[in-house]
Unconditional design. Sequence first.
Length: 255
Amino acid sequence: MAAEIRTFTCLNDNFGYLIHDVETKATASIDAPEAGPIIKALEREGWQLTDILITHHHGDHVGGVAELKQKFNCRVVAPHDKTTKIANVDLRVANGDVVKVGTLLGRVLETPGHTLDHVSYVFDTEKTLFAADTLFSIGCGRVFEGTYPMMWDSLLKLRALPDDFKLYCGHEYTASNVKFALTVDPDNAALQARAAEVARLRAENKPTIPSLLGDEKRANVFLRADEPAVAARLHMKGADAAAVFGELRERKNKS
Ligand SMILES: [Zn+2]
């Protein structure tokens, strides 16, 4: 493997991620919730920050950009401007663009819904997906700016990636997501297995990330809104998948 990934906590429950190209020593931070923990993680490894890949404009994803850019003079990559208020950007990207981090190639997938500008970064060779606040383990982001059909389409784009890809998401929300999912999907054996694993990891104070996309496809009810059994459980037999997804999201909001 030519890439190394480091995972750490920023703010309360945001994940910080570094992806490092062993060959060229280029290192990208995926989002920048706050500068301090990112600088510490870089110092621990002896890495220099060359790039920041931003997924969306929320403050808990861009709060550290200005300080990191000043310190490292790194390149800042952000979604193409639609609604966006992201400052200090060197390169704007849109769906299908490929961002180079040294020799590593990050493919941009537009995944709007949580915000209108949200993108995910897919490193195909490394089988790695950075989905930020679109797809969480056993959950998904709140739909703040887009619509339920828009968010469902975005989740379908991520679901289309191979089962052996690893999911790195924006927040440690897995335990809360599991608790909710068990209320609407209690008989799902894959979910039950994930629930046990998450309880063990949290008890050991370990992150629940990454998870395998194949496991998410089986255990994450938000990726299964087009399954008749899920619609039936919500008393929505025959309903449109996006409507079923919307109902799931509404119930989670109230949970
Ligand atoms: Zn967000």
